[in-house]
Design a protein. Sequence first.
Length: 572
Amino acid sequence: MKLFKQLLVAPAALGLVAPMAVSAQEVASLNGMSAVNEYMNQQDIDRFRAWESKNQVTSVTQFSDVQPTDWAYQALSNLIEKYGCVAGYPNGTFKGGNPLSRYEAAALLNACLERVTEQTDELQRLLTEFQGELTVLRGRVDGLEKKVGKLEVMQFSTTTKLQGEANMVLGGVGYNGNTFLNRTNNYLTRTNTVAAPTAALNAMSFNYDVRLNFTTSFTGKDLLYTRLRGGNFGTSAFAGTAPLVMARLDKAFAPTGGDNVVNIDRFYYRFPVGKEFTVTIGPRARNTEMIAFRPQAYNADLLDFFTLAGAPGAYNKATGAGFGVVWKQTVAKGKPYLTAAANYVSQTGQNGDPNAGGMFSAYGQSNVTLQFGGRGTNWGVAALYRYGTCGTNLRDGTPLATAALPCNNAAGATAAINGGYAASTNSLGLGAFWQPKQTGWIPSVSLGWGYTGFTYQPLSRAAANNINSVLSAQSWAAMFQWDDAFAKGNAAGFAFGQGVMATSLRAPGTFPDDSNYAFEWFYRFRVSDNISVTPSIFYLSNPHGQIMNGVPGTPNSFMNNVGALVQTQFKF
C-alpha cells in the first residue's frame, strides 16, 4: 500500500515523533497489520490504543512544544489532519525529542494503517456503488482512444489545421437600359468622347467563392497562414467591374486566370515579439489584415463598401508583398487598451522590372498604412492613414473618384492613363463603433468617414495639360446591426452611406456633381454552427455620380440600381 510504504521509508514519516529505537529495515520487514499484531502483545496494543484515544489531537497547533520551524512539522501536521493517528501527552506536549520503543513504533504504525484501511473500505464501497457508471466511462474512454489513434494516423500534419469557408450567392442587379455608354473626358480641355458601350449585367447569376485556410503554428504563438481561393465571379454583376463598381460583394472572387481557377490568395508568417508586438511578413499579405482592428461591429459581409468602415480610400484592401507590425497595450483583462499598427504593401512587389513594379520602386503600387486606436469590451475607435503611390486605387465609389491612379514613366514604358505623369494619394479614415453588452432592441452602431487628397506630378509640359482633375474625394457610412434578432444566433442589419466620390476638382469653376448613395438590408439565419443563410437587398442611387463620368450636360443613365441576393455560407 502506497501510504504504508511512505510511512516505512520516508524520514519525515518515521522521524516525526523522535529518533526511533527500531530501524526502518526492521519495520519494513513486517508484513501488514497482521505482522504488527504478531510482533507485539495484544495487551500492549490495547493499552496503547486507550492512551491514544484519550490524548488524540485534531491539529498540530495543540502541541505546545511543536513549532513551525521544526524539521518534521509539515509531516506531523499531515498525519494529524489527514489520518488522525497521532496522539500527545496529557499535558499538551508531543515530546518529539524523546526516544520511541519498538512497541510504541509498531502501535503508531498500526493505528495509521487502520485509518488507511477505513478509507480504502470507503473507496471500495463507492467503486461498487458506481460500478455501472464507471464501466460506461471506461468504454467511452477506450472508444475515444481508438478514434484519436485513427485521427493521428490520418492527419497530414501535426502542426497544420485546415479551415474552410464556402459561399454560394444567387441574385442579380437591375438598372436602366441594356448598355452603358463609356465616356472619357478631361476637364481642362472639355473633351468628351463616347467609346464602345458596355453590355448590361442585369441577369440573375449563381456564383461561388471557396476559401481553404491552412493555419500552421510551430510554437503555439506564431502563425504561418496559407489560403487557397477559387470562385467564378469574373463576369458577374457582383464582381465590382464597370459599370457596377458599387455592387461589388465582399465574397465575390474573380481569380487571376479566369473563373474556376484556384489561386494562392494569402501567404504570410506572423509571430510575436515580446508581449505587446506582433510582426507579419509575407509575399502575399493584405494591408487591412495587418492592422490592430477594423473599427466596426457591423458584419453583414455583403456589399464590399460596408466592410471598410466607411473609408474605402483608406481601407483599400491592397494585397501584395509586404510586412507590418501591430502594438497592443498590456492591461488587465476587460480593461480598455490602446493599439497601433504600421505596414507596407507593394501590389507588384513580385516584379523584378523597376519600370513595372518591385518593392519600394516608383512603380511598385506601394501602400503605406498607419493606424492608431483604442478598444474596450464593447466599443472601439480608430484613425487610419494610407499613402498610395501611382497604380493604387480607392476601392468602392464613382468611376471619376476611384479610377486607378495614373502611373507612367517619362519614357512611356508602362501603360499610360491620359498622358505621362505620376500620381499619389493621402487617405484618412476615422471610424468608431459601440455595441450593447446584452442583445435586445438596441442595435450596435458603427460610423465611419473617409477623405482622400490627390497629388499629381507631371513629367512634361505636355502631360501637365492632360491631368485627371480630381483634387479630393470623401465617403461615409452608418451601420446598425441587431444580434440574436428574433432567435439566438441570427442577426439583422441596415446600413447606408456614400462611396468614394469627388468633392473638389483642379479645374477652376467646375463642380463634380459626383454624389452617390448606397443602402443595404439583410437578415442572417443561423441554420447550424456551420451553416447560415443571408437574404439581402440593396439600393444604389447615382452609383456613377449625378452626371456621366463628371461631364456637364451628360446625365447618368444608371440613376437607380436595385440588387437582391441570397448568400449561403458553409464553414468547416
